[in-house]
Design a binder for this molecule. Structure first.
Ligand code: PGA
Length: 252
């Protein structure tokens, strides 16, 4: 059966020194404890290569927050999937709404990034979700369907099975507004049904689908008890050890 995961997304926060302190704090807080989920931290690129020296990456896996849509070469400022992989990172967050809206990442670009991530042995955490106006027009199902069809439903089943999906309603990200457990469960079940239609029930049942968007220690449990919510992608609350650990505890 599928794995529960709590993944942190540090976004553009923490200098190298601050990030290593945060990672060390998390390592210390989780040491000698058992927990029922996979744990991932999604850090800025600059932290990636230094993390294996301060955490046990078998217990706390590492994710990049992006990778290039090109293999290598003259692309100033970009970081390739192969480079990310060479640091020991296991995952890469792709399709985050901030990348889609601020950096113009299209379905096509995300399709390329996903292919390159997989080709280089990284597991994508692929984000989807609607903006406020789309939710108000009750178009959320159409939106997530198009996002999956546009960037990842081209993959063969074996490759798709390496993905983690993160449903993140854009109106809930960093706003303090969270989808209700009912809203989240409803769309998670719909996403799983789309995966089942495309790849069959077994692949769908084995796909981890995370919820993201103002998930915190207070509301996490109410979200995670739902059958189709397999953990969270956590932004703000991943920047403090106590908050992130409380969310890990909420998955039970
Ligand atoms: P948030 O961010 O928890 O701060 O809302 C979640 C995300 O964007 O991944």
């Amino acid at each position: 059966m599928r794995k529960n995961i709590i993944a942190g997304n540090w976004k553009m926060n923490k200098t190298l020194q601050e990030g290593l302190e945060l990672a060390k704090g998390l390592e210390a807080a989780l040491k000698d404890r058992s927990y029922a989920c996979g744990i991932i931290i999604g850090t800025p690129f600059i932290h990636l290569a230094s993390l294996p020296a301060v955490i046990d990456t078998k217990k706390i896996a590492v994710a990049a927050q992006n990778c290039a849509d090109k293999e290598s070469g003259a692309y100033t400022g970009e970081v390739s999937a192969a480079m990310v992989k060479s640091t020991g990172a296991e995952y890469v967050i792709l399709g985050h709404s901030e990348r889609r809206s601020y950096y113009g990442e299209t379905f096509e670009v995300l399709k390329e990034k996903t292919l390159l991530a997989l080709k280089n042995g990284l597991k994508p955490i692929f984000c989807i979700g609607e903006v406020k106006a789309e939710r108000e027009a009750n178009k959320q199902n159409e939106v997530v369907k198009a996002q999956l069809e546009g960037s990842v439903f081209n993959l063969p089943a074996e490759e798709f099975s390496k993905l983690v999906i993160a449903y993140e309603p854009v109106w809930a990200i960093g706003t303090g507004l969270t989808a209700t457990p009912e809203q989240a469960q409803e769309i998670h079940a719909y996403i799983r049904s789309l995966i089942a239609d495309k790849y069959g029930k077994e692949v769908a049942d084995n796909t981890t689908i995370l919820y993201g968007g103002s998930c915190n220690a207070q509301n996490a449990k109410g979200l995670f008890v739902n059958p189709d919510i397999d953990g969270g992608l956590i932004g703000g609350a991943s920047l403090k050890v106590e908050d992130f650990v409380a969310i890990i505890d909420a998955i039970g």
